[in-house]
Structure formats: structure tokens, C-alpha cells
Write a protein of this length. Structure first.
Length: 329
């Protein structure tokens, strides 16, 4: 059993804590949040200890690994402190909002070969993983075009937008990682973006709608489209096209039942509501992979370097958006 602690008990942190508490090879030891009430509620729900501070977690010999789900600007210092305390780390994305701070953090840690994994959970979605495995096995020949669609059901609050780091770092970061997961290293980015959904997002200096074209080192082209609003639910799809055919991974629904009647044809259940429901299996598989890496049965992947690579693409997209020109990496 791997003893673990969770740092950050907001929506995503509490979800992670619940997943860890029921994992067969994990023992959830404690939780911590600077908002003490959130930590207490999570601890009571799961029957674990509330840590008084992160220092208590670092010094707890029962804690072998930590899951970091705190605000993004705390990720790099918490990773460094955890590694210094001898803990393995699973950290939520993005690695940081500042690329140079993320790079400096890695420069300080990389020689130690730290056991750090980034929570790009979509790599662990069963459908996306199967698509990638079949792509890399040559089923559709050489990859020529990939299309990644990611649309949230509704825009977040203004307070969230202010602290998010912008659409590219907050939302598209998952798609940048998926592009690399499918196509390998990216060498060029061209981005369009607008505020079409919520005028307040535009007033805050952000965008809520974007389309991007990326070119991989292999020559493959990747198209990404994002929106902060989707009237029909949480839209998550991937398509890859190659010399021998196409693979698609579509949206998930509560059931696969279809209804045919005088009013509608092939009507199906609505899309799953949001990311926690849509990626439930992926979050479980992500923890499995992290635990297996701690046990020595696999490598930490995606790792800190993957987090930097995704953030580099987000920064390149911002430069492209501002300059209305392609940006080479």
C-alpha cells in the first residue's frame, strides 16, 4: 500500500481524494488545504487526518507520495518541497502559469531525476488511449491530420477567469498535450481567438473561443478547437486521419440506447455533464499509472518535462494570437 496525502481540497482535489481513498493499492493518510474548512470536510467524509500544514505532510513517514491539486502558482514550489522531502508527486496541470518559472524549477530538480508525474488525465481515457495505440500500430498509415475538439458546457466565473492564466494555459493545455501524445514534438503553432461567448471574459483580456493549427516535426497537422460554452454538453472528440484511413473517438453518454419515433430519429442520451463525469475512468487509470510507477513497474509519464512542453505550446499560441503569425518552436 502506498501512503498518500492530497494538497488542495477544492473540486478537483476532493475528487482525487475520493479516488485515492477507494484505490486498492493506496492508503490515503491525510489532506491539507489553506482553507481549513474544505480540508476538514474532506477529511471527515473520507475518515482521514487533516494535516495542520504542508510541513506536517513532508515530515510524515507514512506519506510516500502526494497529489498536488492546489492553485497553479503553488505547483512548482510544492513539487520542489515534496521532492526534497523524498515524496513522489502527482501534480495537476498546468505545471505553472509562468514558463520561465517552470523551466527554472525543472533545472533545479532534473539532476535528481525526481519521481514527478503531471496529471494530463486525457492520456488515460480508454478511448483516446486505444485510438493512439492503434494509430501508432500503423492501422491508418502515416498520420497526416488530427482534429481535437474540446468544448465546455458553460463558461466559468469571472473570478476563475482572472486566476486561470487564460484559455490556452487553462483549457487548451490539455489539447496541446494530446497533440504531442498523438503526433510527437510540435514545431509550429498558429492561433486564432475571440471572445464570442461571454463579454466579461473579453473585458478581462481573455478569449473564450479558439481554433489552432499545429505542425508536428513529422509534418502532420493538428487542428484544435475550443469553446467555453457548448449548449449540448461537454464535447470531447478526437479524430486522426492518415494514408490508410481514419480513427475517431467520440463523445460519451450515460447509455448507448437510441430512440426512434415520430418526433425524432436516433435520439440519444445527452452528453455527460462535465470533466469529472466524462473522465471518471481516466482519473482512475491515471492513479493506477502513478502507483505502478512508484512501485517500479513503469516510468512516470507524463512527467514534468511534458508539463513544460505543453506550457511552451500555450505561450507560443499566445504569441501567435497577438502577432497574427505562425510561431516556430
Amino acid at each position: 500500500m502506498i501512503g498518500m496525502a492530497v494538497i488542495g481540497c477544492g473540486r478537483i482535489g476532493r475528487m482525487h481524494a475520493r479516488n485515492l481513498a477507494r484505490h486498492a493499492r493506496v492508503r490515503l493518510v491525510s489532506v491539507f488545504d489553506v482553507a481549513e474548512q474544505l480540508a476538514r470536510e474532506t477529511a471527515v467524509e473520507l475518515g482521514v487526518k487533516t494535516a495542520a500544514s504542508v510541513d506536517e505532510i513532508w515530515s510524515d513517514v507514512k506519506v510516500e507520495a502526494v497529489l498536488i491539486a492546489s492553485p497553479t502558482d503553488t505547483h512548482v514550489p510544492l513539487i520542489a518541497a515534496a521532492v526534497a522531502a523524498g515524496k513522489a508527486v502527482l501534480c495537476e496541470k498546468p505545471i505553472d502559469l509562468d514558463l520561465e518559472r517552470a523551466r527554472a524549477g525543472w533545472a533545479a530538480l532534473s539532476k535528481k531525476k525526481p519521481p514527478v508525474m503531471l496529471a494530463f488525465n486525457r492520456r488515460f481515457d480508454p478511448s483516446f488511449r486505444a485510438l493512439r495505440e492503434r494509430l501508432h500500430a500503423g492501422e491508418i498509415g502515416r498520420l497526416e491530420v488530427a482534429v481535437i475538439t474540446s468544448r465546455d458546457p458553460a463558461p466559468p466565473s469571472a473570478a476563475y477567469i482572472k486566476a486561470s492564466g487564460g484559455l490556452f494555459r487553462d483549457m487548451t493545455i490539455h489539447d496541446f498535450d494530446m497533440a504531442r501524445y498523438l503526433a510527437g514534438d510540435i514545431e509550429e503553432v498558429f492561433a486564432f481567438g475571440s471572445s464570442l461567448v461571454d463579454p466579461e471574459i473579453g473585458r478581462l483580456g481573455d478569449i473564450d473561443t479558439c481554433t489552432l493549427t499545429l505542425k508536428a516535426r513529422s509534418g502532420a497537422q493538428i487542428q484544435i478547437n475550443n469553446s467555453r460554452r457548448c449548449s449540448y454538453g461537454y464535447d470531447q472528440r478526437v479524430e486522426v486521419f492518415g494514408s490508410k484511413g481514419m480513427l475517431q473517438a467520440g463523445n460519451q453518454r450515460a447509455t448507448v440506447v437510441e430512440s426512434w419515433n415520430a418526433e425524432r430519429t436516433a435520439a440519444r442520451d445527452p452528453l455527460l455533464n462535465f470533466f469529472i463525469e466524462r473522465y471518471r475512468e481516466a482519473y482512475d487509470a491515471e492513479v493506477d499509472a502513478f502507483v505502478a510507477a512508484i512501485e517500479g513497474r513503469s516510468a512516470m509519464s507524463p512527467d514534468y518535462a511534458d508539463g513544460i512542453a505543453a506550457l511552451e505550446l500555450a505561450d507560443a499560441a499566445l504569441r501567435s494570437l497577438k502577432s497574427a503569425a505562425a510561431v516556430k518552436l
